[in-house]
Design a protein around this ligand. Structure first.
Ligand code: NDP
Length: 309
């Protein structure tokens, strides 16, 4: 039995090295190199070409190289009996936390405004937003959102969170389900989206929901580009309802040269770098799942294909 790596947008070498360091006996193949597809029962993948899994008649498990599995679940050719697993990794979560803190602090301490002032050689102190009374709402209270919410609490922010099912987190006002979304949004001055992309959450950041934030609210999207209806964000920025946005993810990546976000004075852009999975960090859990497959034990971090995450 063998593992195949299918990651056309990533260099497979560090992955192969990390997996071999963890278990030298692994039989690892890299797509699209020539290899007997019928020997592969476990695939490790990112940004796979749709339909590619059909080449593997004995496939049993597909492991995402990252936390998100939206690209996998959009591939309707994956047989229902193939298990999908994802990575859950402390280093990945920590990187998402530091990104969220940087984006929040950039906004509350007005660094984007000072950057603009610097370009005009303008010396003009601006009022910072007070931490104790700037309410932050985290959409998605899972591995990443829960950690971000807790970290922001430790910095002194009032934090609220929204999830699908009820979640109890210390010092966090939690909301769940669609009916609670308006109440969650109504007092969220900084909104951080860390939801998985599912049919239910696609385009959840739209004119209707963003308009329910208080005037002057700020958006941070570190989940997926398709959570946001991009033209509707522009409308809310341009009519003054939102103060700004920090975006790491986009409907089309890389962001096209002609995209209006590039030159918008209230938008901060980063090129999908909030967190990048480190092969050395996640190789042990991938190897563990491979051994679990061989010994018919329950998998780590399985994805609920029905819920979409
Ligand atoms: P988890 O599966 O651990 O958590 C998902 C959270 O979202 C849960 O709290 C879940 O609710 C909630 N949720 C799901 N669907 C809904 C819904 N319909 N309504 C309300 N809440 C919902 O995911 P992670 O925290 O590990 O990752 C989240 C996402 O972050 C990934 O899917 C990925 O897209 C993105 N990501 C982005 C990266 C980047 O570099 N920009 C890097 C890594 C991840 P419940 O608690 O009830 O299950």
């Amino acid at each position: 039995m063998a593992i195949s790596l299918i990651c056309p947008t990533k260099d497979p070498d560090p992955w192969v090295t990390a997996l071999r360091q963890g278990d030298a006996s692994l039989d690892i193949r890299v797509w699209p190199d020539d290899h007997p597809r019928e020997q592969v029962d476990f695939i490790l993948t990112w940004a796979h070409p749709p339909g590619v899994f059909q080449q593997y008649p004995h496939l049993r498990v597909i492991s995402s190289m990252g936390a998100g599995v939206d690209a996998l679940l959009q591939d309707l050719d994956i047989p229902p009996d193939v298990t999908i697993v994802r990575v859950v990794d402390d280093a990945l979560v920590a990187a998402m936390e530091t990104y969220a803190i940087a984006a929040v602090m950039n906004h509350v301490r007005r660094f984007s405004d000072y950057s603009r002032q610097q370009q005009q050689q303008q010396w003009q102190p601006l009022a910072a937003l007070p931490i104790q009374s700037t309410s932050i709402g985290v959409m998605g209270l899972g591995q990443i959102g829960g950690a971000i919410a807790q970290r922001l609490v430790s910095l002194g922010f009032p934090v609220r969170g929204w999830s699908r099912s009820p979640q109890k987190l210390t010092s966090i006002q939690s909301f769940h389900g669609d009916t609670a979304l308006p109440a969650f949004l109504a007092e969220t001055q900084i909104l951080i989206c860390v939801l998985p992309l599912t049919p239910h959450t696609r385009h959840i950041l739209n004119a209707h929901t963003l308009a329910q934030l208080p005037p002057g609210a700020y958006l941070i999207n570190i989940a997926r580009g398709d959570h946001l209806v991009e033209p509707e964000l522009l409308t809310l920025l341009d009519n003054g309802h939102l103060a700004g946005a920090c975006l790491d993810v986009f409907q089309t990546e890389p962001l096209p040269q002609t995209h209006p976000f590039w030159n918008h004075p209230q938008i901060t852009i980063t090129p999908h770098i909030a967190s990048v999975t480190q092969p050395v960090s996640v190789a042990p859990q991938i190897i563990d799942n491979y051994h679990r497959l061989q010994s018919h034990r329950p998998f780590l971090n399985p994805v609920d294909r029905r819920q979409g995450y």
